[in-house]
Design a binder for this molecule. Sequence first.
Ligand SMILES: Cc1cc2nc3c(=O)[nH]c(=O)nc-3n(C[C@H](O)[C@H](O)[C@H](O)COP(=O)(O)O)c2cc1C
Length: 335
Amino acid sequence: MKARRHFYSEKLAEGKAILAPMAGFTDAPFRKLCRDFGSSWAVTEMVSAKGMVLGDLKGIEIGEPYPNEPDLVIQVFGGEPELVAAGGAKLYELYRPSALDLNMGCPVKKITGKSCGSKLMQDPDRAAAIVRALSEAVPIPVSAKMRLGYDEMNVLEVAKAVEEAGASVIAVHGRTAAQKYSGEANWEAIKTVADSLKIPVIGSGDVSTRAQFERYRSWGLGVMVARAALGQPWFFAELLGKASPSQEEKAKIAYQHALLHLNWYEAISPEREKHLMMQFRGQLLRYFAFLPDAKPSLIKIASLADLQTFLLEWFALDVTGMTSNDLKRQSLNSF
Ligand SMILES: Cc1cc2nc3c(=O)[nH]c(=O)nc-3n(C[C@H](O)[C@H](O)[C@H](O)COP(=O)(O)O)c2cc1C
């Protein structure tokens, strides 16, 4: 496959929102759903560069893409330039993503303790060396997703260093690592970064309405969405001006997500199906948050047949003939 050097600039020109990486959520089925509803590209959860180099593919479990997955950005984490470069090269060789993204935002101790994730905000030289080594190791664009700082705001200094080192795009979550997810994301600070760099900047944090999306776009920023897409992948279509799906349409989308989940994680036996559906209950609760009375039924779902019965009882919806392929048609044509 021919590598596209201009992947990010071409995609940003489309003016769509982007699915942000979320550990534990942005797996292949969810990325597909969000792309089908209009996410410009979709980022995997972070994958360990060291794990890739050591051949421990467990680390890629949830980041693993569909064969030939389009518009795929794999996020990688690591603290050593050579290691991240080698891990990135391996990821490129295995999955041919459109771009690689360096995680500089994770605030979790297990990651920061190893000079990875948001800890890189305190060491701009190291962050720049990693971006440079990674860019040299792969023939695709490299980006970095960072925070406003570790405990103090220093994003401008770090962003400039990373730009200088060859990053094609920078994404900024408008909080410091110390803030984790508290307070409000500071989009003025993100705009200041964008105004000071030559490369495009994408903002991330608290986008939950179309008005916010359009405001930040009008500031010249790319816009990432994370939590607001959970249990509502159609949010990307709404951001592009499409009407919200009806409750019945939402129920069908939830069902299609369940089908994609069972397919992808190989529900090859009744036990496996039970395990996978129990794992999927959290998603179901999100999809059906508009039906609080349904919670007791949802937390008992342990098979696809249980979900079919639920949809029949609550929506008079017979989904037994539906396949996961119906989704693309539906997302493009309706609401
Ligand atoms: C459950 C969860 C997992 C996340 N995992 C990652 C990750 O692996 N890499 C990353 O760069 N950011 C990660 N983030 C941060 C998001 O990409 C995003 O920047 C942040 O949630 C703010 O955006 P939001 O308000 O739209 O959720 C994660 C966020 C959440 C809620």
